[in-house]
Design a protein around this ligand. Structure first.
Ligand code: S6P
Ligand code: ZN
Length: 185
């Protein structure tokens, strides 16, 4: 019975990291995500052990619970493989109808979106930018700046992640640095 009790939260969110109950931290190194980049010769010259991004997630309920929510914060480091900005792997949701919110916290970047017909577009990310990602839309983020890009996310606990479709078919367009201008090609 929690009636009349005043509780301290079990999970704390400071310095863009989560600590406490239900927290999961993941690190993605270049070696973990190298196949997502187009310029494989450029990649061979790079330190494959360098971290590309970190994800801190608060999973207060079991994966696949209907009606629950998950929360995450991602730090994507600046850098490029050839002309292509560092990006997250990207995914559709396994329950393809489920939506998600992303919002910009620090730095600048681009949210790259692709629908099931493989139309690709992007939204600029900056501190305070808010992005509603509808169901049936794959999503990945690029860091187009010179410092860390930090963004948060909130998604349904029964969304799941379909990484395989993106690993197999990729996004139909890549975000490239064309003379200093981020361009979808
Ligand atoms: C989860 C949410 C984010 C991403 C994170 C890394 O649904 O979209 O927390 O997991 O930004 O991206 P990815 O594509 O490697 O999962
Ligand atoms: Zn998602």
């Amino acid at each position: 019975m929690k009636s009349s009790e005043i509780l301290f939260p079990t999970t704390i969110f400071t310095n863009n990291l989560l600590t406490g109950e239900g927290v999961k931290n993941d690190t993605r190194r270049l070696a973990d995500v190298d196949t997502i980049f187009a310029n494989q010769p450029a990649l061979k010259e790079m330190d494959r052990q360098q971290t590309i991004y970190r994800v801190s997630s608060f999973l207060p309920v079991r994966e696949n619970t209907s009606g629950g929510l998950f929360f995450g914060i991602t730090t994507l480091y600046p850098g490029k493989v050839g002309d292509e900005y560092f990006i997250t792997k990207g995914h559709y949701h396994s329950h393809v109808d489920t939506a998600e919110f992303y919002w910009g916290v620090e730095g600048e970047g681009m949210l790259i979106l692709m629908d099931l017909e493989r139309n690709v577009w992007a939204e600029r990310m900056f501190p305070g930018s808010l992005h509603y990602i509808p169901g049936k839309v794959a999503h990945r983020v690029a860091n187009t700046g010179y410092r860390n890009l930090v963004f948060s996310a909130c998604w349904p606990s029964d969304a799941g992640h379909d990484y395989d479709s993106i690993a197999r078919d990729g996004f139909a367009k890549r975000l490239l640095d064309m003379d200093g201008v981020p361009t979808l090609r």
